[in-house]
Design a binder for this molecule. Structure first.
Ligand code: ATP
Ligand code: MG
Length: 155
């Protein structure tokens, strides 16, 4: 269905802000208009990425969610200032059950499925997901989606 990505991001942020007092969730957006995609599944992707940003920023900090549109492509990014990810793991974090092991002061519960599921959803909706991160400084997870319907009948 057609929906406003900005309204969806706003809803998810409002829900997840209640789960933390240490973090401030910030929505930085341009007027992007509507997208044709699966609203429930994109909501799940946003929850996964923003929950990770909170979980892997054990000190307090901002989480910045940006939405923008260039022609027929939407891009959403979720930036945190948390533990970050070493370069050799940037691809591996999207694998099923993969978790970065051996963090120093903190143990973080999880199954290693959130990013795998999220990246599969984005692929199915015709988009891409990737990460930029510096260990010890933070991470930014991005996904792009086409604004218009895609043919995913073959999936
Ligand atoms: P869950 O299945 O509950 O989501 P998870 O959070 O461990 O468990 P993923 O969301 O798939 O699993 O993330 C995989 C791994 O990638 C994590 O275990 C963590 O090591 C790393 N990771 C994910 N997001 C971040 C982030 N924002 N900052 C640092 N590391 C991250
Ligand atoms: Mg997760």
């Amino acid at each position: 269905t057609w929906f406003s990505l900005n309204s969806l991001v706003r809803e998810v942020i409002d829900d997840l802000q209640h789960t933390t007092v240490k973090h401030t969730l910030v929505h930085d957006f341009a007027d992007t208009g509507e997208i044709f995609s699966d609203r429930e599944r994109i909501s799940q992707v946003l929850v996964n990425l923003i929950s990770n940003a909170i979980k892997y920023s054990p000190a307090e900090g901002e989480v910045i969610i940006r939405t923008q549109r260039q022609n027929n492509e939407f891009t959403v990014s979720v930036e945190d200032f948390g533990i970050g990810i070493a370069p050799d793991k940037h691809k591996r974090v999207f694998e099923q059950f993969y978790r970065v092991s051996g963090s120093k002061q903190h143990t973080f519960p999880g199954l290693g499925l959130g990013l795998y599921i999220s990246s599969e959803i984005i692929k199915r909706e015709g988009g891409k997901m990737w990460v930029n991160s510096i260990e010890g400084e933070g991470s930014t997870f991005h996904f792009s989606l086409p604004a218009e319907p895609v043919n995913n009948d073959f999936l």
